[in-house]
Design a protein around this ligand. Sequence first.
Ligand SMILES: *Cc1c(COP(=O)(O)O)cnc(C)c1O
Length: 390
Amino acid sequence: MADKIEFDTLALRAGIHRSQFGEHSEAMYLTSSFVFDNAAQAAARFTGGTEGNIYSRFTNPTVSAFQERLAALEGAETCVATASGMSAILAMAMAMLKAGDHVICSASVFGSTVQLFSNIMGKFGVETTFVAGASVAAWEGASRSNTKLLFVETPSNPLTEIADIAALAAVARQAGALLAVDNCFCTPALQQPLQLGADLVIHSATKYLDGQGRVLGGAVLGPRGPVMDGVYGFLRTAGPSLSPFNAWVLLKGLETLRIRMDAQSQAALQLAQWLERHPGIERVYYPGLPSHPQHELAQKQQRLGGAVVSFEVKGGREAAWRVVDATRMISITANLGDTKTTITHPATTTHGRISAEARKAAGISEGLLRVAVGLEALGDIQADVERGLN
Ligand SMILES: *Cc1c(COP(=O)(O)O)cnc(C)c1O
């Protein structure tokens, strides 16, 4: 093949190692353990003297195929797949951090990520400072001599704030820390954080990598070396490993990732433009709109705006709930990253457990709705949203 294989080709072909049966589609290796030819081979595998599978908590060929393919798409040297997005963040944190270390994390990351850093890692003596993700100065100001990790999601959920990955990579370097980017919303089809200077990429494969709402999965990606060795070491010992069945589903998801992200982003942009003109809407948050405060940065950093559109309905919670309840087709669910369009009222669901002041500070108003645009006909999505706006 050519020297530089294109993204679309890698999405279909990377990570394929055919068995003796010559299967065309990737094989699914549903086996917990692997057999050895003899005692000496078993011993050599266990000492690491020879490569090969031992047990599926450590490695499994279907999981390895997924890791190889996702690494190719992110332009990463290594990928460690995990059982879920949260176990990817946990494995990364356990590999990198110890008591006395300090983390800087964007305040607008996934709710469970906030809990993981503040409650769970906090219990083991790791302190986390939460900052406004889009303000480079805030990250700089929070940096300390014991800062080891900067953690960010961009675009953020649900307000689609954009953090400057290249600028944060520079802040991390200055602090002697590593920058980890949760690339869940964009996926490598729209944004490749490692090429922008990030050290590590995190995925909840549950979302757009699967893309069809079927399985849980996660991944940590980065350069070969102590961190990734540590992530794999944690996984192998502690066990939040990706199931081979889920890995197989995710391999199939990656095959259509780019065309799904393109189609869903294009529909999201059109929905955002239409919402912006609608008299019942106060404000629309979408990185692809020129009215977005970081539109220029988004255009530089992402190939397209992504599939998530948030908007404030005039009339507060009552009006927002009316829009949700008037839908007949769109799924009312807190999940996203599906080919089926979903709608969420963040203030009473995903962000319902934080205090009213914290919600206000985060810009999550009572009238805010988040739509993760799928692949249905745009006219039908629009009609479904509009029913409750009139
Ligand atoms: C869903 C999500 C996670 C957690 O992933 P799970 O697979 O549910 O564990 C992490 N980060 C972001 C941005 C997410 O949307």
